[in-house]
Design a protein around this ligand. Structure first.
Ligand code: 13P
Ligand code: SF4
Length: 373
């Protein structure tokens, strides 16, 4: 991985981000003229706002495929949603909407288009199908999993329920449709504290993220007992409180008061060092707000896509300090996978779920929408 200094970052303090991807194949021009390609390349570069990593040459090579995807979307009436952790050529080149998992599940449900293309990992595309079963949901990279959702099965939930009869089971959205079908309510990083607080009774089971489970235990101490499963996000588990303390103290030596923003999939020691904790969307919005208030030295403790979004969506010259971690699952999807799914999807690229699973899983998602609002 090549370390790349972001706009305004100190030379010795770089964000460890991969260089922008060069196209995996030769796409050709799809019949677009040189002028059209040039116009699209400039649009991409201006939207992404990282001219060092996303050079005009790279944007020029991507321009025909982003134009072709946007044309096909229009022709076929497809709504393309992308999670924040997708690469900027997707989020700023072809997506109609980019957000966190809660907002995107609502958008998938409410979109008038009859076809949704979800550029993200599998559990998010499955969620889109559960909330809008009559729509066609395309998922360009069928192998894009997630260490949380792949680490727990429907049978694990049935076993937990057997051992703890009558205790409500709360699942994080990072779970398969089959797991959601066994649970009482689903939650996301933007609402798990609030929803669990609102559940009746004095006990609950939280699956599968052990870190979010421990934050819940702390939050509900003295009010509810929280039984926690043992999963973790392989990306957010990389961060430690010790590393952040080291960054903070070295910044302090330079007279810099570092603002630390972290995702709740991180451990408690990380959250203790954080000024703000929130979903990927909240972290992006808060970083932009802090920068506009003059607090420009910011550390984003989450997947690298959030830094890409912050850089694209602010005019402020902020210093993103420290290192992000890349999710190999989220980064599986490329523009060529999206093009393939739009043109002629393989059976694996079309989300197909058992109607009984959809019916049962939709109850836990409906309950989330009811309790979150
Ligand atoms: P958000 O809902 O915060 O976007 O989180 C999804 C996710 O997978 C984070 O790792
Ligand atoms: Fe799963 Fe973590 Fe990747 Fe999110 S960042 S998709 S939780 S592995």
């Amino acid at each position: 991985m090549k370390a790349v200094a972001l706009r305004g970052a100190f030379d010795s303090m770089v964000i460890d981000m991969p260089a922008a991807p060069l196209p995996r194949g030769s796409y050709g021009t799809f019949g677009y003229s040189e002028e059209e390609i040039e116009r699209e390349a400039i649009r991409l570069q201006v939207a992404i706002k990282q001219p060092m990593r996303w050079s005009i040459e790279i944007c020029r090579s991507l321009a025909p495929i982003t134009m072709e995807i946007n044309r096909l979307k229009e022709e076929k009436g497809v709504f393309l949603i992308a999670h924040s952790y997708q690469t900027p050529d997707i989020t700023y080149g072809v997506a109609d909407s980019v957000a966190d998992s809660y907002a995107l599940s609502k958008e998938a449900r409410d979109a008038p288009e009859q076809t949704i293309l979800f550029s993200s990992v599998r559990f998010m595309a499955e969620t889109a199908k559960i909330v809008s079963p009559h729509k066609t949901v395309l998922h360009p990279s069928p192998d894009a999993g997630c260490s949380l959702s792949d680490g727990i099965s429907a049978q694990d939930i049935r076993d937990l329920k057997m051992r703890n009869p009558g205790v409500p089971v709360v699942c994080y959205i990072n779970t398969s449709a089959a797991v959601k079908a066994e649970c009482d309510v689903c939650v996301t990083s933007s609402n798990y504290l609030r929803i669990c607080e609102r559940l009746p009774g004095d006990r609950l089971i939280f699956v599968p993220d052990r870190f979010m489970g421990s934050h819940l235990q702390e939050h509900l101490r003295g009010k509810k007992e929280v039984l926690v499963y043992d999963g973790e996000c392989e990306v957010h588990a990389e961060f430690t409180g010790k590393k952040i303390r080291r960054w903070k103290s070295s910044m302090r030596e330079h007279g810099i008061d570092l603002m630390v923003l972290s995702h709740p999939e991180c451990g408690a020691d990380v959250l203790e060092e954080s000024d703000i904790v929130g979903s990927s969307e909240v972290l992006k919005d808060e970083a932009i707000r802090l920068a506009s208030e003059g607090k420009k030295d910011i550390m984003l403790i989450t997947e690298c896509g959030t830094a890409d979004r912050v850089l694209a969506e602010t005019e402020e010259q902020l210093n993103l300090i420290g290192a992000c971690v890349m999710c190999r699952h989220m980064k599986t999807t490329g523009l060529e996978d999206i093009l393939q799914a739009l043109r002629d999807p393989t059976p694996e690229q079309v989300i197909d779920l058992d109607p009984v699973i959809i019916e049962r899983a939709s109850r836990s998602l409906d309950e989330m929408f009811r309790l979150a609002e």
